[in-house]
Design a protein around this ligand. Sequence first.
Ligand code: NAD
Ligand code: MG
Length: 331
Amino acid sequence: MAQLFYDSDADLNLLSGKTIAIIGYGSQGHAHALNLKDSGIDVVVGLYEGSRSASKAIADGLQVLTVAKAAEKADWIMVLLPDEFQKEVYASEIAPNLSPGKVLSFAHGFNIRFGLIQPPEFVDVVMIAPKGPGHTVRWEYQNGQGVPALFAIEQDASGQARALAMSYAKGIGGTRAGILETNFKEETETDLFGEQAVLCGGLSELVKAGFETLVDAGYQPELAYFECLHEVKLIVDLMVKGGLTAMRDSISNTAEYGDYVSGPRLITNETKAEMKKILADIQDGTFAQNFVRECESGKPEMKRIRARDAEHPIEKVGTGLRSMFSWLKTD
Ligand code: NAD
Ligand code: MG
């Protein structure tokens, strides 16, 4: 079993006297900045002029500077911009402000793994990647808990990079839940594969195909919505809590038998062969190259598919139904 590290394994004092620049104040940025600040660490936020996030950060009691000024002032620079903007902002505003002894860090390995950012040898390069959305990272911290995180060391110029990364993970509450060591290659490739094959790509298509099959056969869309989308969360909660066995303990014997005989008819050797190709595209950089090209041309495919799927009947039915669920908080 891989080892998890907790609060007692990490030393927050390694960050005392240091200033941490959080670059970007979105989902992860606001959570890291506020958790570190509440842990007693000096934080500044770096944003581009005119960023809509600036007023939020100021209202949260943080000092906001340009990215270049924040990078210049800080001992530690945490890059929490969308992955597709990191290369350019790094080159123009961060790289010129790096000097020996500074730490450059990320919450996802994409830009380092695919060589889009190539830091100088004299800085530490580390990753602290919470395994949850930023809002959960903030919420759990405020409740005295934390979200588990991965940490990784790409470059150890100071000889202290590992202890420093663990210290940062403690500052954002990660060691309250447990942190696991990885490397940039493993984190990037497994993260991309998980979201493409299972969590986002696989699941969205599975839900849509199930819904379409029922509606095409003449069943009410509202029932199809409940069966193929709404109940996903109920089953996933059981799986997360106790694994497949506990989930199967909770469902009826009828559902369990159906699970065993029908699941393998959908996820076949052909599906697994395709998964391997998806993984190969991630590993050899094909996916990264396609994503970079898509972003450079203004994201035409992403916009087209986003608009198309927003018009899918499951979205229309869902909007209507969710507005009637008094117990579903809409925020
Ligand atoms: P986000 O889109 O929520 O926030 C991005 C922030 O960057 C915003 O404040 C935005 O105003 C700012 N920004 C955008 N372009 C900029 C520019 N050119 N110059 C300066 N600021 C700019 O991003 P996020 O989802 O928090 O992702 C940040 C990083 O964290 C990514 O590397 C991502 O892979 C990683 N990550 C995200 C999550 C998550 O749950 N969202 C989880 C783990 C890791
Ligand atoms: Mg992920």
